[in-house]
Structures are given as C-alpha cells and as structure tokens.
Design a protein around this ligand. Structure first.
Ligand code: ADP
Ligand code: MG
Length: 727
C-alpha cells in the first residue's frame, strides 16, 4: 500500500480551485440570520418587544406571556428562513460549544402534524448533562442540569438550525458553563463602573465592557492533517524535524494571502456576516501557514459568543475547502504559536469610551480614573489573571520568546508613565487652587496630544495599554474568552468599588472636594501599583529576576498557576461579588486540573504509539535496506567492504541507538503514567507535569533525529516543510 503521506501530497496537488462569489454590499448580509432587535420589532407584538428590550438592557425578568410571544415570533421567522430544528446553544466547561437539535415537527394527540415551539421550549431545556464536566458538583445519577435562555445574546440560524444562546446550570443552582459567571461579572462591572462614571457625568446609567478578540490559527490541508495521528488526536504535532526554512525570513507576516486561503477566508467572512459576527480584519501571521482574523469589538457577552461561534464555523467552512484549522497554542515546534489577544475597554450608554482620553481636563481625569484603577486591579490580582489563561497548550507558548512569560505586567508607554509620575507628586490632602490649575493645564490637560505619539507599543507585554483600550495578550488561541473576561471584569469591578468607597470617605469625612479626593486616591494607587508596571523587554531573563524582586508571581506551568484560583483571596473576591461560590470555584479548578491531566495523558499515549507503530518500524525498514546493501558490498568486495560501507555501518548503528533510546523512554513514560494514575487529583496532575511531560521532548528528539536519517521515500508522516509550506 502506498504511504499515506504521498497520497496526501497527491491530494493537495489535485485540489479543485474554488471561487467565491461576492455579491452586493457586505453590509446588506450582516445579521441576516440573527433574531436581532430589528427583526424582533417586526415579529413581536409591541408589549413583548418592549419587555425583551427591557430584559436585554436592564436585566428585567421575562414573564411567561412574553416568552410565548417571542417563541412564536422566532418560530415564524426561523421557519420562513428554512430552519427545521432548534437548539439551546451553550458553552459547557469542555471549551467547545454544545447543542442538541430538536425538530419543530410534532404530532398532536389527535394525530395532526404541526410545527411547534413555545415559550417553555425557548426558556428552558434539559440536556442529559451527565457527560459534561462538573467537577463533582453532581453525581451521575443526579445528572440534572438545565439550559436557560440568555436574551442578551440574540438567537441565530446556522445551517437549518435555530440556535438559542443559553446558560447551563445544575438543578442545585451551580453554574456548569462559562457564561453564567461571565454574565454576573459583567453585571458587577456595570454597577461599579456606572457609580464611578457618575462622578463625572450624571447622565451615565449603564456601562458595558467591550471586547475585540484577535483569533490566530494555522490552516493546513486536510489530507496532510489526516496523515498525522498527532494532529488528528491532539491538535498539534508531537514530533517533526524543523523545516530548513521556517519563519527566519519574516516573509509570511502581512504578506500576500495565498489564494486558496483567501478563498476560504472570504467564504468564512460571508458565513460570519450572516451570523452577525462583524469580521473586519484578515492577515498572514508570523509563522508560515498562520493567519489571523479580528472583528469590530462588541459588548463582551456577545463578543464571547461570537468567538465561540466563529471557531465552530471556521472548522465547518474549512471542511468545504479541504483545510483543517489548528487552534492549538503551539501546533509546531520552532515557529510561533497562536494566541487570542483580548482587547478590552469600558463604554457608557452615553457613548463614551472610559479608557479613551477626552478633550477636557475633566474627561481626562475620568480617563485616568479608569486607567489607574485597571492597573491597580491587575496589580492586586496578577496571579489570578495569570491563572485565567493557564492551559496545557498555552504552557508551550508563554515565555517561549514569542509570547509574554507567565508573569503579568502592564505596559503603558513612556508618556503615560510620565503623567503618572507627575500625579504621584500631588499634595497629600486638599490641593491648592494653583496646584489644581497647574495639574489641569500641564498634566491632565495634555493627555490627548500625548497619546497620539504614544506609538511605542511593546509587543512583549502581556497586558498593554494601546491608546484607548487594554490588550490582554497572554490569552491562548483555543481559550474561551469568557474565562479571562470574567476574571478581568471581576477584578476591575472590585477595584472600582473600593475606589468609590475611598473617594466617598474623603468627600464625606474629610470634606474634600470631589476632584481633590479623586486625585488623592489615585496618587496612592499609583504608588501601590508601581511594581506591576513594566516597560522593558518582557521576554528577557533580566525581567524574570526583576519581577521576582518585585514580588510578582511567576508560574511556569498550568498546575502551579491554577492553584491561585482556589486561594482564599480569589474565593473571597468571587463570593463577595456573587459571581461564583466556593463550590463552583473548587469544581472549576478540578475540571481544569483534570483537563490538563487528560491532555498530557493523550499526548503521551499518542506519541508512544506513533513512536512504536510508525517511527521504529520505519527506522527498521531503512536499517534493513542498509544491511542488505552492506551484505552485498561484502559479497562483492570481501574485506574491502569495511571501507566502502563505512557510512552505512555508522547509520545502522545510529539507528539502533535511537531505537534503543526510544524503547527505553517509551517504557519509562508508560511507567510514569501508571504511577501517576494511582495518585489523587492534584498530585497526579503534578506528576503528569513533572514526570510524564518531560518524556514527550525526550522521545521527540530521537524521532526527529531518525527523520533526518531515514530515506524520505519511507517516512510515513507529512514533514514540517509539507505541513507549513503547502497550501
Ligand atoms: P493590533 O495592532 O493589536 O492587531 P487592531 O487595530 O487590529 O490592533 O485592533 C485589535 C482589536 O482591538 C480589534 O479586534 C478591535 O475591534 C479591538 N478594539 C478596538 N477598540 C476597542 C475597544 N474600545 N474595546 C475593545 N476592543 C477594541
Ligand atoms: Mg493585537
């Protein structure tokens, strides 16, 4: 049988050239398959429409009559658009989205066939929840969870299914998904930020957090991917010698997008627009066959749903183009991995971006207030924020000279640093009129023009201010943004609440003027959070040392980082703000630890299998070829063969050496797994991290050496040069 690798390479050559028709203005297809406000207005009775809008914007509960009316409107709309099924669409803690389709089709008791969908079906469903991760919250025999409609994220039709975004909770009340705590954190930031924003503008009645993610990914041909069991089962290559050409020439980044990829992206963008995902940007990334797409930012909840939906749609559209999308944080050694920058800001219902400097000193004081409070929040909870982006995949990326290390720090640029330095000198207590005028004219008043030149964006910072938003860059490409966003919004909300309390005390008890009080509190915050600010090279070893001196945490692996999630401080933060209780926090912690173990376990098994079933047999086959050759030389030349077969003999020995080492390491790795498997959860995870994981590198090294030695024709797995450069 021909080797799969060559069949795959043949497949790639024979791919049909596809074209995508782009008809009409893109804005015309935007939101076409979304049950958004405009569509609701057309399909709902006025009172139902008004109730839903109240629910979306003010969190009002939806009554039964409204739910029935919405369901009827939704059904009519969906059936008209060709939908046959509906599903509650949710985001369990697996990291993927979940859906169970039910047909509208129903047979009534008197035998009539109808299309049915009512308020009860819209509001709640009971998927059999026993197989979703729950961290021991439910026993399987008590596997009762339910999904509940989240009206803040609009329903949409994908293919022929009406998808209704929902939260997923246990009957006992605990959240079993990413979305429930996120919605609570967003409620918190709304309340806290609105209270503070009202110091500056009494017209503000709501603040929403905004998120603009940037999704990085690799695209490789589906036949090549299918010929690699490691990619198929783990999403990354566990072995493979570096290609002679990688990203050294920097010739891929922002280069012209390959035609086949561009066709795929156009198709994807069309699907996205119909679903209301406002994709705006597409470009080549640093590594070969690596790309990025980014949308226009949206309110966080919607942006999170859109990112989850996007990842799903990306895979589906990719199938039609014979591509496989790799979201893994490090699919290939030696070239950059993939992240998902989370750009974050706060916007008021009066249309103001609170992290954008304004045109007056007062607006700038508002900007500084939110800016400094965010920095302070990150300083107070740096380890928790680090934990929010921890995963087995991201461990390969963080600190590997392509992404920031596992140390959180904030970059703000030299000009804003100067502003904060000035503010740090503000008088303790009431400010003199002269000082205030001075501040307003020379410090606070100067900010807008300063920011225009603030272009020295530091790419090595995990959390950088970029003019009118913060960019959280340490998030991994596979992550569900909900989790880092829950933590970030929770810590900033908490910080803003503290700020408000302190300012109010100064106003009420020390009879300070409002802006004196604000200046005084901000001054202290600047001092207290000084250590989280870092403008230098985040990749260097010097920073590791410096960060240690500053007392910042540095967790190199997921297991160490995750411990912070169950720290008393973290539990207090989430419990006091009612975002998660201790049971939910503990459950999530255990789910993540388990997931880590499973990932490493799968990788370890897959690599063991590939090494034993693919690599060693291939090496033996080639060794046999050499042995036949050496024997032949001996037959013909007698003793002279030693000179003639020198190279071959060396390679024969070298191959035996690698096979020996592989056998030993695979056996040791299996033993290490067996031992780890006997342990209790946390110890087990540590054993997987420190005792099993290192074998992946050791085994890989020998496989990769063999790849260099063995005849190309015999090598069964597509090579890096084929995976990375063919499309
Ligand atoms: P980069 O240079 O980092 O690639 P871009 O200009 O491409 O930056 O923008 C990155 C992202 O920032 C986009 O997804 C965009 O929607 C998002 N963004 C812009 N303004 C905001 C904001 N106020 N809040 C949240 N995200 C924002
Ligand atoms: Mg960016």
């Amino acid at each position: 049988m021909p080797i799969l690798r060559f069949q795959a390479l043949q497949d790639v050559q024979n791919r049909p050239i596809q074209t995508i028709k782009e008809e009409g203005l893109r804005s015309l297809s935007y939101n076409m398959n979304v049950f958004g406000e405009q569509v609701m207005r057309q399909h709902l009775p006025v009172s139902a429409f008004e109730n839903v809008i109240e629910a979306i914007h003010k969190g009002k509960k939806i009554d039964r009559i409204t739910a029935d009316a919405v369901a009827t409107g939704m059904k009519t709309w969906a059936l008209n658009k060709g939908a046959t099924h509906y599903t509650h669409w949710f985001q369990p803690l697996t990291g993927a989205t979940a859906e169970k389709h039910d047909a509208f089709f129903e047979i009534t008791t008197d035998g009539h066939v109808i299309e049915k969908f009512d308020g009860a079906q819209l509001v709640q469903q009971e998927p059999d929840a026993s197989s979703f991760p729950n961290g021991g919250i439910r026993n399987t025999f008590e596997a009762r969870g339910y999904t509940a409609w989240d009206p803040t994220s609009p329903a949409f039709i994908y293919d022929t299914t009406l998808c209704i975004p929902t939260v997923f909770v246990a009957y006992t009340g605990e959240a079993l998904d990413y979305k429930t705590p996120l919605l609570k954190a967003l409620q918190e930031i709304d309340t806290a930020a609105t209270d503070v924003a009202r110091y500056f503008d009494k017209n503000v009645s709501k603040v929403h957090a905004t998120l603009g993610w940037e999704q990085e990914f690799f695209l490789i041909d589906s036949s090549l991917a299918a010929a690699r069991p490691d990619i198929a089962l783990t999403g990354r290559t566990l072995l493979g010698h570096a290609s002679a050409k990688g990203q050294q020439l920097d010739d891929h980044y922002f280069g012209s997008i390959p035609t086949r990829v561009l066709t795929y992206l156009k198709h994807l963008e069309q699907e996205c627009l119909l679903l209301g995902i406002p994709i705006k940007t597409r470009h080549n990334e640093v590594a070969p066959n690596q790309f990025e797409i980014a949308p226009i930012f949206e309110e966080v909840n919607l942006a999170v749903d859109h990112n989850s939906l996007l990842m799903d749609v990306m895979e589906k559209v990719a199938e039609r183009h014979y591509f496989k999308v790799l979201f893994h944080e490090k699919p290939f050694a030696g070239v950059n991995g993939s992240g998902k920058h989370n750009n974050w800001s706060l916007a008021t219902d009066t249309g103001i971006n609170l992290l954008s400097p304004g045109t007056t000193p007062m607006k700038n004081l508002q900007f500084l207030t939110f800016f400094i409070n965010t920095i302070k929040a990150v300083h107070s909870y740096e380890a928790l924020l680090r934990a929010s982006i921890a995963s087995a995949g991201n461990d390969h990326r963080l600190g590997a000279n392509e992404a920031p290390p596992g140390i959180l720090s904030v970059f703000i640029g030299s000009q804003l640093t100067q502003v904060l330095d000035e503010l740090e000198k503000v008088t303790d207590g009431k400010l003199s009129p002269q000082e205030k005028t001075d501040l307003k004219l020379n410090v606070v008043g100067k900010i807008p023009e300063i920011l225009l030149d603030n272009t020295d964006r530091n790419r090595t910072s995990p959390f950088a201010f970029t003019g009118n938003k913060f960019e959280f860059r340490a998030v991994g490409a596979t992550a569900n943004c909900a989790h880092p966003m829950t933590v970030l919004n929770a810590i900033v909300a908490n910080q803003l609440k503290l700020f408000k309390q302190e300012v109010d005390i100064l106003i009420n008890e020390s009879s300070m003027k409002k802006d004196d009080a604000i200046f005084n509190v901000l001054r202290e915050y600047i001092k207290e959070s000084r250590y989280i600010r870092f403008e230098g090279d985040g990749y260097g070893e010097a920073w590791e040392k410096e960060a240690k001196k500053r007392g910042l945490s540095h967790h190199r692996n997921t297991i160490d980082a995750l411990a912070e999630k169950i720290s008393p401080r973290a539990i207090a933060l989430f419990e006091s703000s009612d975002i998660m209780n201790a049971v939910e926090i503990q459950a999530r912690y255990e789910i993540e630890i388990e997931e880590y173990i499973k990932r490493i376990q799968i990788e370890s098994r897959v690599l063991g299998d590939i090494a034993r079933n693919h690599i060693i047999p291939t090496a033996l086959r080639y060794q046999n070829v050499l042995i036949v050759n050496v024997k032949g030389l001996k037959d013909i030349y007698g003793d002279d063969y030693k000179v003639l077969a020198k190279e071959q003999t060396l390679i024969i020995k070298e191959i035996s050496g690698h096979i020996d080492a592989l056998n030993a390491f695979i056996t040791e790795m299996t033993e290490a797994r067996k031992k780890a498997n006997q342990m209790k959860l946390v110890l087990k995870s540590k054993a997987y991290c420190s005792k099993v994981l290192p074998y992946l590198d050791k085994i890989r090294r020998h496989c990769d050496k063999l790849e260099l030695i063995v005849e190309d024709e015999l090598w069964p797995l597509p090579k890096y040069r084929e995976l990375l450069f063919i499309n």
